[in-house]
Each structure stands twice: as structure tokens, then as C-alpha cells.
Write a protein that binds this ligand. Structure first.
Ligand SMILES: Cc1cc2nc3c(=O)[nH]c(=O)nc-3n(C[C@H](O)[C@H](O)[C@H](O)COP(=O)(O)OP(=O)(O)OC[C@H]3O[C@@H](n4cnc5c(N)ncnc54)[C@H](O)[C@@H]3O)c2cc1C
Length: 126
């Protein structure tokens, strides 16, 4: 199965990605780990004309724990699982990540990519 053709941009900042999305929201898709989106494109269940790759946007990565807990949208399930600080502060995220699929999915799939897609009910989360 081959996706329909599309343009591809590897965004280097959050503002660039948001700008591209705002330019044509109906025909633009954001790409994170690709675990859900790539099969969707291959099956032609979506046919965006522009794919905006978020993979180089460092400000979307990481887990910060202080007065507040901030989890970047590009944080992978495996990173949630590996963070001892998150496990102590908010165990539900660690528990949920441990139940998602297998290491291959957890090593590429991101928490930001998890929420928009209805294909799998979020594991362990309400
Ligand atoms: C074999 C398999 C088993 C799985 N098992 C489970 C499971 O047991 N439990 C579970 O909860 N999930 C499961 N999943 C789902 C998995 O968690 C998601 O596929 C994954 O997290 C999607 O993340 P991604 O980074 O690959 O997203 P992508 O595939 O890149 O994107 C998915 C969607 O999210 C949008 N998107 C991505 N990033 C953002 C962002 N930052 N802001 C706004 N929109 C964004 C994309 O445009 C796209 O519509 C499974 C997936 C697979 C392939």
C-alpha cells in the first residue's frame, strides 16, 4: 500500500509547525513517531497534502518535574517508563506506559501522538 503524494516539511520550531498547520488545517497533518499516522496514510484513510514532521522540535521533548509537571508532546512512551522521577511524582503515567504495546511501539510512539487517535483506547488512563 502506497500513500497518496504529499509535501513534507521537517519543522525546526514550534512556531513554524503551528504556522504551517494554521495555513491549511484541513490538509495538513503533524507527524510525530508515525506509528499511527503512517499506516493511516498507507491505507489512504487520510490524504493530507502536507506532512509537518515535528521530530526536530526539541522544545516539545522531555519531562520536567518541579512545582508543576510538564511532559512534552514529543516525549516517547519509553521515556515515560524510564523516568524514575515521574514514577514517584505521578505513577499513573508510568503504569500506563508500561501497558502500551511492545518496546518497538514504546520507543517511537509519543504521548502527543497518542491522544488525537481513536484507534487504541489510551491504556490505563481514563
Ligand atoms: C502495534 C501497536 C500497538 C499499540 N498499542 C497501544 C496500546 O496498547 N495502548 C495505547 O494506548 N496505544 C497503543 N498504540 C497506539 C500508540 O500509543 C500510538 O500509535 C502512538 O502513541 C502514536 O504516537 P506517534 O508519535 O507514533 O504518533 P503519529 O502516528 O505520528 O501521530 C498520530 C496522530 O497524532 C497527531 N499528532 C502527533 N503529534 C501531535 C502533536 N504534538 N500535537 C497534535 N497532534 C499530533 C498526528 O497528526 C496523527 O493524527 C499502539 C500502536 C501500535 C502501532
Amino acid at each position: 500500500m502506497i500513500p497518496a503524494s504529499f509535501d513534507y516539511v521537517r519543522a525546526t520550531s514550534l512556531s513554524q509547525a503551528i504556522g504551517l498547520l494554521q495555513d491549511d488545517p484541513d490538509n495538513t497533518k503533524l507527524l510525530a513517531g508515525g506509528h499511527t499516522l503512517i499506516p493511516t496514510l498507507k491505507l489512504r484513510l487520510a490524504s493530507p497534502t502536507l506532512l509537518v514532521d515535528l521530530g526536530s522540535i526539541d522544545e516539545l521533548r522531555g519531562i520536567d518535574i518541579g512545582d508543576h509537571i510538564r511532559i512534552g508532546a514529543l516525549t516517547r512512551h519509553a521515556e515515560l517508563l524510564a523516568s524514575e522521577k515521574l514514577r514517584e511524582a505521578l505513577p499513573i503515567f508510568h503504569q500506563a506506559a508500561s501497558m502500551i504495546a511492545d518496546p518497538q511501539v514504546r520507543n517511537r510512539g509519543t504521548i502527543g501522538g497518542r491522544w488525537p487517535t481513536p484507534t487504541h483506547r489510551p491504556t490505563g488512563l481514563p
